[in-house]
Design a protein around this ligand. Structure first.
Ligand SMILES: [Zn+2]
Ligand SMILES: [Zn+2]
Length: 458
């Protein structure tokens, strides 16, 4: 039945319509990408009753009597069943990402191309952006800053993905790519030439191996002119490992001069860099970068993605193991701002008990940390709040090992180290932060807090 609308009512409806149109902001176009890392595929892994010396390379050294499960073991690197279940989960949860960031430590030997094939088969049309990790070649950690057999071999293995970036990767292990139909460009770095265990680049005479800092500076200047929004990705992160408590100076990876140069680079180009994505720790954390002259102003942040391997770190007892994790990032394709970070995980014990790999959402970043946006300022505020709000810190700590360790194990000293690692990427400042706050006054936030105030007010 047609209803005759009164003119006054019609006008009223039009007014409401106009009001609604002006009230609703233009909807941002959202894109997604996977960030996955540190699969550490162990092709020799043997589940169940078998020759214990062959179960996995670590068990072979100190077998503890437990039988490794189908999907892995906290003492071992990842069996193929775990790797395949992770890629299955990516395909099931979000089969059409704009791209996949794959930040290294894939296999023990680069001759083994199984992982590349697993990804190629499941995501035949996806843009995969790979970089090398320090465990992707032998002898591990050693990589010259010039064109070499390894990079040539890997460039050929990844040729279909690298396309235009093939030559850049082959000569320097780095490249950048404009993501189609977005304002985002991804800068993929070769962090191995800055690694402290890389003896080839250790001599202090070379302050810019492969001229990578110069290349970053030139590229970011050019991308800023083109009004691109940049994500930086790499395997080994700058700064200090948040789970190492043995020494007050902590444990870091970059040679010190490269760590300083990296921080300066971020400070200089903070406007164009929208976020940084790194790996290597196998744990879930983040880092903050501050303005060069105003230590209170956060200007950039870095997200550390958990690994797929559950392997218990041999670095020190407290560094521990983790549940396998993968991460889906939602971003605004125009502004490049990260809108959500969704981490999915596998409860390894449960998976082995049930003989089924049931990957689930672990947490959404904004909901978990009660944030209305993800940017350097909100992350700094969150970090400051976590110091006194134990509920929020517990959530961070549970996420740190991907729901494996209970947060109660992390008390004062441990909590302080996380604070210092997150806020102080510079090694010297990390040491000062740790020393200045390593008394009981830290928790009370009294006298010693005044000293910390000079370093980084909070
Ligand atoms: Zn790794
Ligand atoms: Zn690594």
């Amino acid at each position: 039945m047609l209803r005759k609308v009164q003119p006054s009512m019609w006008r009223c409806q039009l007014m409401w319509g106009l009001l609604l149109l002006t009230a609703v902001p233009s909807r941002a176009k959202l894109g997604t990408f996977w960030h996955v890392s540190d699969f550490h595929l162990d092709v020799n892994y043997t589940a169940g009753d078998g020759d214990v010396t062959k179960m996995c390379w670590k068990k072979a050294g100190g077998y503890d009597g437990a039988q490794p499960g189908t999907f892995g073991d906290y003492e071992c690197d990842a069996p193929l069943a775990l790797v395949e279940s992770a890629v299955d989960a990516m395909e099931r949860i979000h089969p059409n990402p704009d791209f996949i960031m794959w930040t290294g430590d894939d296999t023990a030997h680069v001759d083994d191309n199984s992982l590349t094939n697993v990804l190629k088969n499941r995501f035949p049309n996806a843009d995969v952006l790979p970089v090398l990790g320090n465990h992707d070649y032998y002898p591990k950690n050693q990589l010259p800053p010039t064109e070499n057999d390894l990079q040539t071999k890997v460039a050929d293995l990844w040729k279909t993905w690298l396309a235009d970036e093939y030559a850049d990767f082959k000569s320097g292990g780095r490249y950048y790519r404009d993501i189609p139909n977005t304002s985002v460009s991804v800068l993929a770095l070769n962090t191995l030439i800055w690694y402290k265990s890389n003896q080839v680049t250790a001599p202090e005479t070379d302050n810019d191996p492969a001229e990578q800092f110069k290349w970053i500076d030139d590229t970011l200047t050019e991308l800023a002119k083109r009004k691109r929004k940049v994500y930086i990705m790499g395997h080994i992160p700058p700064g200090t490992f948040e789970r190492y408590q043995q020494k007050k100076e902590g444990f870091h990876w970059f040679q010190e001069r490269f760590n300083k140069k990296y921080i300066e680079m971020v400070q200089k180009h903070a406007n164009v860099i929208k976020a940084q994505f790194f790996a290597h720790h196998h744990t879930d954390s983040f880092r903050l970068f501050f303005n060069a002259t105003d230590a209170t102003r956060p200007v950039s942040y870095m997200l550390l993605v958990p690994g797929v391997t559950p392997w218990r770190s041999s670095l020190s007892e407290e560094t521990g193991a983790n549940n396998p994790g993968i991460r889906l990032v939602t971003y605004d394709t125009d502004t490049g701002l990260v809108k959500e970070i969704s981490t999915y995980y596998l409860d390894l014990t449960q998976a082995n008990n049930n003989n089924r790999a049931d990957w689930k959402l672990e947490y959404n970043f904004t909901k978990n940390y009660q944030l209305n946006a993800i940017n350097p300022t909100t992350l700094y505020n969150l970090t400051k709040t976590m110091k006194t709000n134990r509920t929020l810190f517990d959530r961070y700590y549970s996420a740190n090992t991907v729901n494996l360790e209970k947060p109660e194990v992390c008390q004062e000293k441990c909590q302080r180290l996380h604070w210092c690692a997150i806020t102080e990427v510079d090694y010297e400042r990390f040491s000062q932060c740790n020393a200045a706050s390593s008394t009981s006054a830290w928790a009370a936030g009294t006298l010693v807090a005044a000293v910390v105030l000079i370093l980084r007010p909070w």
